[in-house]
Design a protein around this ligand. Structure first.
Ligand SMILES: [Cu+2]
Length: 94
């Protein structure tokens, strides 16, 4: 049961999850004022090698990022957003 499930969804992300290098970091994002700001932040963060998933919330002004800790660091991810005009501070990383 478990084995066949793994075969079906054997993506890189799953492999990284099993190997324990997948991490989630939450950032506070400044200066987001309209609906397109989160899109800009998301695109910038996704350009960082190793970033898998980015969810930016305009209301709470946060970005939750899933990334491969072997390829990316929270500092790099936060800087990518800062570089396009939306300064970030790391709230927490697990
Ligand atoms: Cu905007």
């Amino acid at each position: 049961m478990v084995a066949s499930y793994l075969v079906c969804v054997a993506t890189t992300t799953v492999a990284e999850f099993i190997m324990g290098t997948s991490r989630t970091a939450t950032f506070d994002v400044e200066k987001m004022t309209c609906a397109t700001c989160p899109i800009t932040v998301r695109k910038a963060m996704l350009r960082v090698d190793g970033v898998k998933e980015v969810n930016v919330d305009l209301d709470s002004k946060t970005a939750v990022v899933t990334y491969d800790a072997e390829l990316a660091t929270p500092v790099e991810i936060g800087r990518a957003s800062t570089d396009v005009g939306f300064p970030t501070s790391l709230r927490d990383a697990e």
